[in-house]
Write a protein that binds this ligand. Structure first.
Ligand SMILES: Cc1cc2nc3c(=O)[nH]c(=O)nc-3n(C[C@H](O)[C@H](O)[C@H](O)COP(=O)(O)OP(=O)(O)OC[C@H]3O[C@@H](n4cnc5c(N)ncnc54)[C@H](O)[C@@H]3O)c2cc1C
Ligand code: SF4
Length: 817
């Protein structure tokens, strides 16, 4: 029997993600039991292999992806032998023999040798310039080739091939992806999603050779071309083979361990030799070999549990999901996505917006999911799928996501992620749930993303859940997160904060997104879905005369100038200035409601009429009719001025002190059409009874006998906030000036997607008062800048589109299911 009193010798062969994760888990359970030695064939400490793609596209450096630096090994007493390959295991003598001839004894051994890329054995496959995509050395070779050569050919249109192709294209190479089948990523995507992906990659400059079989790689001293079976040849200075992987089992096999496709293990991750465990891609468990980290990390937990003699954990196999790490392409796939007999499919497709969602359902349970363009609900579908939850009760709306709150202002990522149940999985790679993250933030006093990564591992592998983790952090810590020691960059593409970017645009007269990204040395030259809309807004506000709005950087509702509804149709809300409307306008609204089959007509809280259930392709014609009747867009869909609600005021009400309706009309006429950091609502009440609820608006006026009280920063949404009193003025003209100046200050200085309430809480009411009340000159200048920008903003987008502008946007949405 082994003595547990003296430290046993544990050897890990393979210093990669699964092996080192096993050690981490073991150290958590029992740090004192073993003397640990690690053999790693690569000359690096453990790094995040998943992140090789961002290193290739130069969004990250090698240093950024090191998971355990040399200090970690030293401080845990682990002997690390880098660049040392194990060539033989002598199981009888319990020795590990390395390529330098050394022999190291073990009591227990972990095999985590990973896998090797498969190289198609065609003539020329060993030529210089033909490489694979597996480790840092491969990335170095690709980057070096990209500096000297032009034509790259990537063989394999799967996950890895496309990430390699994208990275090489970003280095300026002409890249052709060669794929044997007629659709990309056929193991993860169905045909419509694969087509969207291909179109998006083509738009980024990649070329494709589909259904093409490589017959030979040509060249003398180095590769020069690739020849296909049909005889065609394409030029190639670099060929990257990304056609699959094979578990590294040779070492295990030679030592007599039972191997099939991989090293065969039981549910405790033990091989046929009870002293030897195996984890990672080299393993075959219940007939399956895995090539993604989430299952390997589960295996690591189980192996560690047994190495620590707890003996309570079992690995029973994993269901996996996939995401592609190409910046700007959102793609999620899980489970069985091709329908079989007896399955049903639920599909939403909006080709113009590049959104496709498909769920394969059987007996009201999700069997598989493919999402393209909008993947926020991927983890929810994945969870429903894994837990076999019946979707019968919410089947009609399941495609619209877990928290379809309808309004973009309320349905942002922060709100949606906070509304998830505690058990919802946030980080798929490491299997970390929302409850665990929130608990760690609260109990351990975490303030930064790095803290959360260090304590929970969430967001530390492929990084695609970073936005969700940040949203949890922001919601849990609130203001504390904003004032955390390291400033918060706008997004992962930059180290600069919103304020730094706003100031740089102003001070250095940066007038295009490219200029901003270049000047501020963006890590990712194309930006991402977070920074693009923000930059577009900041430029639009600062340079109304020079900057042309980039519609691709806007959210779908703003691109379509309507609110997309649960069933894929749109709602149309014509503007009714101050809530007023003539009989002719009412007639026109009734006519269009009938003509375009509005499914419902509803009076909104903002005192106008909402027409629901309009098909996207009917929008331009409907707008044309409304335009002919003199009506303009209500911007009910935008980060823009929404409404000015009014009461009847002195004209009709016996309590009224001023003509609140007329003032409301004037305020709305001044401000309509203006783009804002977020939606912006106004109201005017004719007396302090406040029937128009002016004290929960972004800008509210309460009329009194002696004039007008001006209120700012109210909110009637999720978190109700009563306004602060800004000033009291005597005339309508002053009210208009203060309103315009306040709006402009908010537009110029608030962060994109920040409502007036949090903005005022952040900068302080006294700051806002100082800017608007201390100097009449400055107030007037703000007002003038606002009026000037309105020259460009008060162009009715509906009329424009009715006249044919941007017609391609209005292609049909197909809804099946
Ligand atoms: C470019 C790229 C992108 C990826 N993207 C994703 C992704 O988005 N999501 C995801 O889940 N997975 C992704 N993966 C897969 C993921 O990286 C692997 O599943 C994971 O790294 C496998 O871990 P492992 O420890 O089994 O093998 P590895 O990380 O490969 O580690 C094995 C180590 O063992 C060493 N070794 C082998 N034989 C010996 C020996 N005889 N002696 C000493 N050392 C030896 C190897 O050199 C290697 O360092 C990606 C992989 C690549 C290459
Ligand atoms: S707010 Fe005053 S003026 Fe306006 S309707 Fe109500 S009571 Fe009348």
């Amino acid at each position: 029997m082994e003595s547990f009193m003296k430290r046993q010798k544990l050897i890990l062969i393979g210093n990669g993600m699964a092996g080192v994760r096993t050690l981490e888990e073991l150290l958590k359970l029992d740090a004192a039991q073993y003397d640990i030695t690690v053999f790693g064939a690569e000359p690096h400490p453990n790094y995040n292999r998943i992140m090789l793609s961002p290193v290739l596209s130069q969004e990250k450096s090698v240093e950024d992806i090191i998971l355990n630096d040399l200090v970690w090994y030293a401080s845990n007493g682990i002997r690390l032998l880098m660049g040392r390959k194990v060539t033989r295991i002598d199981r009888a003598r319990r020795l590990v023999i390395a390529d330098d001839g050394s022999e190291t004894p073990y009591d227990r051994l972990i095999l985590a040798t990973g896998s090797s890329p498969f190289v198609i054995p065609v003539p020329g496959s060993t030529l210089p310039g033909v490489i694979t995509f597996r480790d840092i050395a491969d990335v170095d070779a690709m980057l070096a080739a990209s500096r000297s050569y032009r034509h790259a050919v990537v063989i394999g249109g799967g996950l890895l091939g496309l990430e390699a192709a994208n990275g090489l294209a970003k280095q300026g190479m002409d890249v052709t992806v060669v794929h044997l089948l007629d659709t990309l990523m056929e193991r993860q995507l169905d045909v419509p999603a694969a087509n969207l992906l291909k179109a998006s990659l083509e738009a980024r400059g990649l070329s494709f050779e589909m259904k093409a079989q490589t017959e030979a790689i040509l060249g003398d001293e180095r590769v020069t071309a690739v020849r296909f079976r049909d005889g065609r040849e394409i030029p190639a200075d670099l060929v990257v083979m990304a056609v699959g992987i094979r578990p590294n089992i040779e070492l295990a096999k030679a030592s007599g361990l039972h191997c099939e496709r991989g090293i065969v293990v039981n549910d405790t991750m033990q091989t046929f030799d009870p002293r030897i465990w195996a984890v990672g891609e080299c393993v075959q468990h219940r007939g399956e070999c895995y090539g993604l980290v989430a299952p390997l990390f589960e295996q690591a937990r189980v192996a560690a549990n047994h190495l620590a003699h707890h003996g309570t954990a079992y690995y029973e196999g994993s269901v996996t999901s996939t995401k592609l790490k190409v910046t700007g392409i959102d793609l999620f796939s899980a489970g069985r996505f091709t329908e079989a007999e007896g399955d049903e499919t639920l599909v939403v497709q909006d080709s113009a917006a590049g959104v496709y969602k498909k769920l394969v359902v059987r007996d009201n349970k999700i069997e598989g999911a493919v999402l393209y363009g909008d993947t926020l609900d991927g983890s929810w579908y994945f969870q429903l799928m894994r837990e076999g939850t019946s979707i019968a009760d919410f089947r009609k709306s399941v495609l619209f996501g877990q928290h379809d709150l309808g309004d973009a202002g309320h349905g942002d990522e922060k709100t949606r992620v906070m509304a998830l149940p505690d058990g919802a999985e946030i980080c798929g790679c490491n299997g970390v749930c929302k409850g665990e993250i929130v608990d760690a933030i609260v109990k351990k006093g975490l303030f930064t993303l790095d803290d959360v990564r260090a304590h929970t591992k969430a967001s530390s592998s492929c990084g695609s859940c970073t936005g969700l983790v940040e949203a949890l952090l922001a919601s849990t810590v609130g203001d504390g997160y904003d004032v955390a020691p390291s400033k918060k960059p706008l997004c992962g593409c930059t180290t600069h904060s919103h304020d730094e970017i706003i100031h740089a645009i102003r001070d250095h007269e940066l007038k295009s997104m490219t200029a901003v990204r270049e000047f501020l040395e963006w890590k990712n030259p194309d930006g991402c879905h977070v920074c693009r809309p923000a930059l577009n807004y900041y430029l639009l506000v600062r340079w109304p005369d020079d900057y042309a709005d980039d519609k691709q950087s806007r959210f779908i509702n703003e691109r379509a100038h309507g609110n997309i509804q649960k069933d894929g149709t749109y709602s149309v809300v014509p503007r009714m200035f101050g809530g007023l409307c003539t009989p002719d306008e009412l007639r026109a609204i009734a006519d269009v409601a009938e003509k375009y089959n509005a499914k419902e007509v509803k009076v909104t809280g903002g005192q106008r009429i909402d027409l629901f259930g309009i098909r996207k392709e009917d929008l331009p014609a409907m707008w044309n009719d409304l335009s002919a009747a003199g009506m303009v867009s209500g911007h009910a869909y935008g980060k823009a001025l929404r409404t000015c609600k009014t009461c009847v005021g002195s004209q009709w009400c016996r309590f009224g002190t001023q003509d609140s309706t007329a003032l409301g009309v004037k305020l709305e006429e001044l401000t309509w059409g203006s783009w804002m950091p977020h939606k912006f609502k106004m109201a005017v009440s004719g007396c302090p009874r406040n029937c128009a609820e002016a004290t929960i608006k972004d800008f509210g006026v309460v009329c009194v006998d002696s004039g007008y009280e001006l209120h700012v920063g109210g909110n009637g949404g999720i978190k109700v906030r009563v306004t602060d009193l800004l000033a009291k003025v005597e005339t309508e003209a002053e009210t208009l000036e203060y309103c315009g100046a306040f709006v402009q200050l908010y537009r110029e200085e608030a962060h994109y997607l920040e409502r007036t309430a949090p903005w005022i809480e952040r900068v302080g009411l006294s700051y806002v008062k100082g800017r608007l009340l201390d100097s009449a000159e400055e107030r007037r200048a703000l007002y003038e800048r606002f009026k000037h920008s309105q020259l460009y903003a008060q162009i009715d987008p509906w009329k424009q589109r009715a006249e044919g502008y941007d017609a391609a946007e209005f292609t049909p949405i197909r809804l099946a299911g």
